[in-house]
Design a protein around this ligand. Structure first.
Ligand SMILES: Cc1ncc(COP(=O)(O)O)c(C=O)c1O
Length: 388
């Protein structure tokens, strides 16, 4: 395909032809749309996309093309990005702490659902949001495990406060719902099941029926092993049936990571080698690998490509990968099995880089300007060095 082409066949043909010296994220719309369609077909309810995972315009457009009609937003800037992609899709504002100015912005943009986890925040909503036709979802937190990274310390009300919040939301005239977030990269169906039963219990204690139950995001993506999403979906259906019986609320979820992870691969270029084996690449923890700083860590699946597009043949050994900035923290955790004939100018390609990569990237030390190139396929030909 020509250099001017807007859509390349794949990452390797672009790397061979262009030889980029900046990190490149390769995006396959077909992979994103298929993932979104599969998720919607399997999940027992509505699927809303949490745009915090990846807010690129091409991501939003392709999710809308794949049938996503609701978006979870956390700020006026995210509201603006969704509205730029579509004036019609539903906005769910599920960052439970908002300033009065942010609430006014949300009202003007037509937000239809807000989560809340404290009486003080509910009072701000009562003061700023006309209740008619608007949903308030009380966010519950339980001390349970299952996710690699739990957000419970920051958000969510306990059982007793959730009861009070539900009653107050109903008294204020809002449509009543509940929500929770099991934490991100969660692959244990029991985490959802426990939350669903607890939400039914809160609703029954409050004497407030739920119009909707939002079972959050958190659905695991492939971190070396493909997650069993079907088991999680079945677990959610089973728990809703058991907990709510015949008075079931509508179910909604708001995945970020699980929808976008597989739609991007990242190519980094080797910019320096150390005699001790350390390898410096042009992207790091202040760029696309921001999750190296949290328990989710870095992707396991990687391959190497020579500068002219060939395969390496040297024996591999475990080596440390350093990012490009001057900060000593800027190294990927663990070690990667890299070939002895790896040279400056060669590429290391990481699979599963769509979530929380561009979204959390900084411009520290002048790095972090990652280009997005659209490709037909994200397949990496066999024969390249697999360093996972
Ligand atoms: C309220 C809420 N919903 C959804 C998500 C998306 O989570 P994930 O990317 O793990 O699916 C988050 C992530 O922080 C969140 O805070």
């Amino acid at each position: 395909m020509s250099r001017e082409a807007l859509i390349w066949d794949d990452a390797v043909s672009h790397l061979k032809s262009v030889g980029p010296e900046q990190p490149v994220l390769y995006f396959a719309p077909s992979v994103l749309q298929q993932t979104a369609r599969d998720f919607q077909a399997g999940f027992p309810g509505m699927v809303s996309y949490a745009i915090k995972a990846n807010d690129a315009g091409v991501v939003l457009e392709n999710l809308i093309a794949a049938g996503i009609t609701a978006f979870d937003v956390a700020s006026p800037a995210e509201i603006h990005m969704v509205r730029a992609a579509s004036p019609h899709v539903a906005l769910h504002y599920n960052n439970p702490v908002r300033s009065p100015a942010e609430i006014a912005h949300a009202v003007a943009a037509g937000v239809v659902s807000y989560s809340v986890d404290s009486m003080r925040e509910l009072e701000k909503l009562i003061a700023g949001v006309p209740a008619s036709g608007v949903e308030v979802a009380v966010r519950l937190h339980l001390p349970i495990k299952g996710a690699v990274y739990d957000f419970g310390e920051k958000f969510g009300a306990d059982h007793a406060d959730s009861v009070l919040l539900l009653r107050a939301a109903e008294a204020a005239g809002f449509q009543c719902a509940m929500t929770f977030h099991p934490g991100t990269q969660c692959d244990d169906p029991m985490a959802w099941s426990e939350y669903i039963h607890a939400c039914a219990d809160v609703s029954s204690h409050a004497g407030v029926a739920l119009g909707r139950l939002n079972v959050g995001g958190g659905f695991a993506a492939n971190r070396g092993v493909a997650p069993d999403l079907a088991a999680i979906f079945t677990g959610i259906s089973t728990a809703v049936n058991a907990a709510f019986g015949t008075a079931q609320p509508e179910i909604i979820c708001e995945p970020g990571r699980a929808l976008v992870t597989e739609a991007f691969v990242l190519a980094t270029q080797v910019k320096g080698l150390r005699d001790c084996g350390g390898v410096f690449v042009n992207d790091g923890i202040y760029g696309s690998f921001g999750e190296a700083m949290n328990p989710v860590g870095v992707p396991e699946r990687a391959s190497t490509l020579t500068a002219n597009g060939g395969a390496h043949s040297g024996a591999t050994s475990p080596r440390v990968l350093y990012g490009p900035t001057c900060d000593s923290l800027d190294r990927l955790p663990g070690k990667y099995a890299l070939p002895s004939d790896l040279n400056e100018g060669d590429y290391i390609i990481f699979k599963g880089m769509g979530a929380y990569s561009t979204a959390t990237s900084t411009r520290f030390n002048g790095y972090g300007a990652t280009q997005i190139i659209t490709v037909q396929s994200l397949d990496i030909p066999t024969g390249l060095g697999d360093v996972a």
